[in-house]
Ligand binder design. Structure first.
Ligand SMILES: Cc1cc2nc3c(=O)[nH]c(=O)nc-3n(C[C@H](O)[C@H](O)[C@H](O)COP(=O)(O)OP(=O)(O)OC[C@H]3O[C@@H](n4cnc5c(N)ncnc54)[C@H](O)[C@@H]3O)c2cc1C
Length: 427
């Protein structure tokens, strides 16, 4: 009797082990198959600073993933250093790069209209579509409409805003070139948050640099929708030193926010009126249209899990760069590049079923006040204790009264940074 029971127990155990073994071997077989043969399709949208960095990093993992890239352009014109093109310090060709197609990835040219996260499908403006296993979105910035009465981004009679990378910068330069001696210019600076916080003030400096070189008298009014801006004291010092106070900043509280444009005359919230020869409106900003068209935003921006950059509530969609709410990080190429490295590393970790690395980030924003004078702010970031927000650990700004040599040194550092980042992405 005792023997029978033992035999039965052994038999049942054997059956249990057999099924357990079959289940486990099947599980590992599928897992192996997945790792070795069936590569997940990773689609990157955007070959700019965020997307371009992801592509460069992920193309090294072609053994475990099938990388596909979509951009509406075949050539990228960068926004960084575009102000130097306006200032005639650099040529348009110096900020224009072919997308590097010699990488282990498949490249597609097309404009995306929207994403369907449930179907895992990407829809193009010509009604074609593409599927994905993992989607990375870095399509840059979008613009808010109907913010100023009488102004529309699409109205080509206005000076182009040149806040995205395209050839309109050539039209901008043409208009600048046609200004007469004694001209007056108005630049409207947008509300926070927007792409590259110091760029409106760098643009004013570079316009001044250009007009001064052409020996023209001018006055630039910066009408601001904010009460302060980054590196303000340094910009003020530089404007005084280089442009003899030809640049005047009017804050929101002093009535600087533009509310209406009529027949070339702008009216501000404070009732001030300016008539100018060159009206340059930098529009208020939001996440790129793709996010809004696809229901991937809760407000103006796309919210993400900062550990892996997965879009909140949308499995297998990752976002980075200017369109996301990145906590304390500003919207810059440097930030997008830093985020891209972390996102890519943790996506590879996910595919290899490894643990996520807890991210840390860095950003440096250089600004030029003239050809050979630059200054910067550098900040470090990590996640807060709840791991749901990127927070600043501190920052360091150039000295307000730095010597000419220091400004020159920083301008060389800025050029080196630009060369390094564009080489890393596009060569
Ligand atoms: C005047 C100016 C000066 C700046 N200077 C600096 C600087 O000195 N340093 C710095 O760090 N940052 C600077 N920036 C900010 C910087 O340009 C952005 O923060 C950075 O480009 C963000 O990277 P991204 O990948 O989010 O977007 P982008 O680099 O803009 O890349 C977006 C890509 O997506 C593509 N795309 C967009 N929509 C679609 C679509 N529907 N379908 C297909 N493809 C699409 C675009 O063609 C583009 O290639 C500056 C910005 C401006 C405006």
């Amino acid at each position: 009797m005792e023997n029978n029971i033992n035999t039965r127990r052994v038999f049942l155990n054997n059956i249990k082990n057999f099924f357990l073994y079959s289940f486990l071997s099947q599980f590992f077989f599928v897992k192996n198959l997945k790792a070795k043969n069936v590569k997940p399709k990773v689609v990157v949208v955007g070959s700019g600073f965020g997307g371009g960095t992801c592509i460069k990093y992920l193309s090294k993992y072609s053994k475990i993933l099938d990388l596909q890239v979509i951009d509406k352009y075949t050539q990228i014109q960068t926004c960084p250093f575009s102000n130097l093109v306006i200032g005639n310090v650099m040529d348009y060709k110096d900020i224009t790069f072919d997308i590097n197609k010699n990488l282990e990835a498949k490249f597609h040219t097309g404009q995306i209209k929207y994403i369907n996260p449930e179907k895992k499908q990407i829809y193009f403006s010509d009604d074609l579509s593409m599927n994905y296993d993992f989607l990375i979105l870095s399509p840059g910035i979008g613009f808010k409409k109907n913010q100023i009465d009488g102004y529309s981004i699409e109205d080509e009679s206005f000076v182009p805003h040149c806040w995205t990378g395209n050839k309109k910068i050539l039209e901008f330069k043409k208009r600048l070139n046609s200004l007469d001696d004694g001209c007056s210019l108005v630049i409207s600076a947008p509300e926070y948050p927007y792409r590259c916080p110091p760029a409106p003030y760098e643009r004013a400096s570079m316009i001044a640099n250009y007009l001064m070189k052409k020996k023209k008298q001018f006055k630039i009014f910066i009408l601001d929708s904010k009460n302060s801006f980054t590196k303000k004291e340094i910009f003020f010092n530089e404007w005084k030193k280089k442009y003899n106070d030809s640049i005047e900043w009017i804050s929101k509280k002093d009535g600087g926010k533009i509310i209406n444009v009529n027949d070339g005359v702008v009216t501000t919230e404070g009732g001030l009126k300016f008539s100018s020869d060159f009206l340059h409106i930098i529009p208020n900003q939001q996440a790129s249209e793709i996010f809004h068209n696809s229901g991937l935003t809760s407000d103006d921006w796309c919210s993400i899990n900062p550990i892996n950059f997965e879009v909140t509530g949308s499995k297998d969609i990752y976002a980075l760069g200017d369109s996301i709410d990145a906590g304390d990080m500003p919207k810059s190429s440097f930030s997008a590049n830093s985020q891209a490295k972390m996102l890519s590393m943790n996506l590879v970790n996910k595919i290899l079923e490894k643990d996520y690395v807890e991210p840390v980030f860095l950003n440096t924003c250089y600004s030029f006040s003239s050809n050979d004078r630059a200054f910067s702010i550098t900040s470090w970031y990590r996640l807060n204790s709840q791991k749901n927000r990127i927070v600043s650990l501190g920052s360091k700004e150039s000295n307000v009264d730095a010597s000419d040599l220091d400004r020159l040194r920083e301008s060389k550092e800025a050029h080196d940074w630009y060369e390094n980042i564009t080489q890393m992405i596009y060569s």
